[in-house]
Design a protein around this ligand. Sequence first.
Ligand code: UD1
Length: 427
Amino acid sequence: MKVLTVVGARPNFMKAAPIIAAINEHNERILAKFADRRERPAETIRHILVHTGQHYDDLMSGSFFSDLKLPKPDVHLGVGSGSHAVQTAEIMKKFEEVLLGEKPDVVMVVGDVNSTLACALVAAKITFDSAGSRPLIVHVEAGLRSFDRSMPEEINRILTDHVSELLFVTEESGLQNLRNEGVPPDRIHFVGNTMIDSLLAFKEKAEASIILEELGLRTQTGKKGAGNSINRYALLTLHRPTNVDNREAFLNILAGLEELATDCPIVFPVHPRTQRRIKEFGLESHLGMNGTKIKGDARDSGNRRHGIILTNPLGYLDFLCLMKHAMLVVTDSGGIQEETTCLGIPCVTVRENTERPVTVESGTNTIAGTKKESINDAIRRQKVRRTSGGVPKKWDGQAATRIVDVFIRTYHEKALSRQSLIPQTCA
Ligand code: UD1
C-alpha cells in the first residue's frame, strides 16, 4: 500500500507527525514478523510526504521538521504565498502532476488550511487509468465547524470533508456535524486528536527548551544550582486576518490586553502576517517596541515593570514549553485552544466562535469575542479560574495508531479494486 501525506502550513506538521511515526511502527512490526522474507512484505506501507510550501520560512516550517522528527519531504511543491485563489490553484496544478506520477492508494490530508482542500480536491477528481482507479482520500481532523463561512478554514473544512472517504474526527461535535450533513456513518471514525498525540509525546522533551531563560522568565534562586523559579507570564498569539488585517480590530484587541500587561509580562511570538501589519499600521508604540526590531528578551522591556515581550515565531518545543508554564494563554488559533485544554492552562480565545466546542464545554477555554471590554473581562475571569477542566475523550496519545489501523482495514476491505468509493448520489 502506498500512502501519500500532504503537509503545507505550520499547524499541519504536528498533526501529521504522529501518523507518519505510526506508519513506521507498523512497518517495523511487519518486517520483524516476516524477517525471513527476501522481498518487502505486501503488508508494509510505502509512505510519501509532500510539502506544498504554503509555509516556507524556517521559523514557520523547517524548525518543525527537526523538532517533531518529521522525515524530509519526498516532494516539495514550493508554492509559497499568494491570494487564496492563487495559492490553492498553484498547489492543485503541481499536486496533480505528483499524483499522476506516484499513483498512491491513499491520499491523506490533515487540518483545514488551503493545502488541505487543494490536495483533497485534486485527489477527488483524478483517475489513474481507463478503469477509473483513484486514491482513497483520508481527512484527519474532520467534522469541525465554526458555522462561520467568512472564515477561509470553514470553507476548507466543509469541502474537504465532502470529498473525503475516510473521516477521522477529534471530538464528538465533529461526529454530530458530519451526521447532520448527511455523510454516511461508515466513513466517520472518532479516533481522538493527533495534535494531542504530538503534545503528549513531546511534553517532557519541551522541558529542555531554554526559551524561559532566553526571555528572562526563569530566574536562579539562592546559590548556583539551588533551584530556580519561573516568573508569572501570559502567552499571546494573533494571526487571524479578521483580527490583524484591520487596524481598528487589532487596536481593540491590544486595548483589551492593557490591564493584563500591567499585571505580568505577555510573551507574544509574532506570526509573519502580524509582523507585517504591525509595521504597516504603525502599531510599534502600542506594543512597547523600541524601533521596529523584535528583540525577544524580557530584559529589553526597558523601565516598564511588565509589558509585551515580542519574539519571532517560535519552534514547536519552545512554544510548548511556554504554554506549559504560562499563567494564561490568549489566542486566536484553533489548535492552541486544544493544547491548553490538554495542559490544563486557562485559555482566552479572541474570536466570536470556535469550531472546537469541547475545549469550552470540558476544557479550559473561553470565547471572549474581539472587543476590548469582553477580552478584558474574560482575562479577569480566567486569571482566577480554579478548575483545570477535563481532557476530552480519546485525547490519550493513541489517535494516530487508531487512524493507521482503520485505514489499513478499510483499504483491504473496500479499496483493493481501487475503484471510486465516492457514491454518485449523496445521502
Ligand atoms: C495559514 C492557514 C491558517 C493557519 C495558519 C497558521 C489557510 C487559509 N490559513 O494562515 O488556518 O492557522 O496558516 O499560521 O490556509 N508568511 C511568511 N512565511 C511563511 C508563511 C507565510 O512570511 O513561511 C507570510 C506571507 O506574507 C503570507 C502570510 O504570512 O502572505 C500569510 O500566510 P498564509 O499561508 O497565506 O496564511 P496564514 O495566515 O499563515
